[in-house]
Design a binder for this molecule. Structure first.
Ligand code: TYD
Ligand code: MG
Length: 453
């Protein structure tokens, strides 16, 4: 029987078939017809056998030794927290994000920090020339002690050099541009990304090198290349932010060594990324005093409360269907809340244009911000400002009821620290000792009476 020498693989999910055609998995999942791409099957790459398991034997649980002291703090507190308390020796961390968001800047700053505490660090740039990276390093004021820079995209060449360099940290920028020469497919293809990822995993575990991979995301927001990469690595971090806003969030979506609730907040400045230990202060810095349509809410990012300014502008629609424009919040949710405001609180805003925005490029996805959105719209419509030292919290239901939310205590504490004097909260959240004086409300009308009456 002739040996199968090629497979046809989906470049989105990694599905493999001996025959050409389209991917049945992607068709089932999204209805999309994704053509399979032929890959010539070479020798099975050595990276397939993960070094975590290679050459080991079953052990009684009690005999398994936990290594201590295998974490290194970079000193960039926002990064250390998202990693679960520093960089774990031999771990593989994938940092995904849109082009231009600042991934290379972040890993270069991490490289500098790690070069101080755990040298040497090897930065492999497969995307930019050494001169380009040097230019960025100069801009960031990075001298480079303990930091080795190498513009190389052949991963086998990098592997060959590791024995001599003995890096404690390896940075690969990016996983979509490195390649293994023994595979025929192009860099960035599923086969290359998967095998390069597996090879780097073997090296990281086998040699105890903490490895950071930079990965690009597609316009749908998923990491380009096979999803298997996300399964393979220990930690997946997403670096997010809007281009025209300076604020960046590093978010853990998977972490074998820590919680996925944590976020790190940075500001992209002219001299690189600056940590923002107090994101609320950052978002509220330019808050107008006594302006109708502005309300402060407290979102909870994982365990971390973040105060945000919600702004609404309600204006008479000049012609045709009234417009609803929403930035930083869910469009459908805002439409629903506006309908509740009209029907349950009697505010005739159905014929008005409504614009809702989270100031500073922030984002709220939680129902806990519902009441804030409703109040901001009402405040703008009525041209009555909400007092600047009041926090507004609550989920709003379709009957106009205000429902209890979780994490009230940390949210209020964050507000108290920033000088807020009181809060409007759901009636169900008024129990216990709270860091701020609160007024409980049971409905949207109650809240309107308390804040704008
Ligand atoms: P970069 O790290 O190259 O992004 P990525 O690797 O994710 O593609 O940074 C991209 C942007 O950041 C670039 O448009 C310029 C800006 N930037 C600053 O504003 N300040 C800085 O100090 C640096 C290095 C970059
Ligand atoms: Mg880059």
């Amino acid at each position: 029987m002739p040996r199968v020498t090629s497979v046809h693989r989906c470049q989105q999910c990694g599905f493999a078939s001996p025959k050409p055609g389209t991917c049945p998995d992607c068709k089932r999942a999204s209805g999309e017809l994704v053509p399979l791409v032929e890959e010539r099957a070479g020798p099975v790459p050595s990276g397939r056998r993960a070094a975590v398991t290679a050459g080991t034997r079953p052990l009684p649980l009690k005999d398994v030794v936990m290594e201590r002291g295998d974490r290194v703090l970079t000193g960039i507190a926002e990064l250390d927290r998202v990693l679960g308390g520093g960089v774990v020796r031999g771990s593989l961390v994938l940092i995904g994000g849109d082009p231009g968001v600042g991934k290379s800047t972040l890993v270069l700053q991490a490289a500098r920090a790690l070069a101080r505490v755990a040298p040497p660090v090897l930065y492999v740039s497969a995307e930019e020339s050494a001169a380009q990276v040097k230019m960025r390093a100069d801009r960031l004021g990075i001298g480079g002690d303990g930091l080795l820079l190498w513009a190389e995209s052949d991963l086998s060449a990098v592997q060959a050099e590791l024995g001599g360099v003995k890096p404690r940290t390896l940075i690969v920028d990016s996983i979509q541009t490195v390649f293994l020469p023994e595979l025929e497919s192009a860099p960035g293809s599923v086969a290359q990304v998967r095998e390069c990822g597996a090879r780097l995993m073997t090296l990281a575990k086998g040699r105890g090198i903490a490895t950071f991979l930079v990965g690009h995301v597609t316009k749908e927001g998923a990491l380009a290349g096979p999803r298997v990469l996300e399964h393979l690595v220990d930690t997946v971090l997403y670096f997010e932010g809007e281009h025209h806003h300076a604020y960046r969030v590093l978010r853990a979506v998977k972490n074998r060594f820590g919680s996925t609730n944590e976020i790190g907040v940075f500001e992209m400045a002219t001299g690189g990324l600056v940590e923002v230990p107090n994101p609320s202060g950052f978002f509220l810095a330019e808050r107008p005093a006594d302006a109708p349509g502005s309300v402060i809410v407290a979102a909870l990012e994982g365990t971390r409360p973040m105060l945000l300014e919600l702004q609404a502008l309600v204006a008479r629609a000049s012609f045709g269907t009234p417009r609803r424009t929403v930035l930083g919040a869910d469009y459908n949710r805002v439409c629903l809340l506006l309908a509740v405001l009209e029907k349950r609180a009697g505010l005739p805003i159905g014929s008005q244009d409504v614009f809702v925005n989270v100031a500073g490029g922030g984002r709220v996805v939680e129902p806990a911000a519902d009441l804030g959105i409703v109040i901001a719209a009402a405040s703008s419509y009525l041209e009555r400002p909400v007092a600047g030292d009041v926090l507004v919290l609550g989920e709003v239901g379709l009957t106009g009821e205000v429902r209890a939310v979780s994490g009230v205590e940390p949210r209020l504490r964050a507000a108290a620290q920033l000088g807020f004097r009181s809060a409007i909260v759901p009636r169900g959240n008024t129990e216990g000792a709270l860091p701020l004086p609160v007024k409980g409300v049971g409905s949207v009308s109650d809240a309107l009476g308390a804040l704008l009456g």
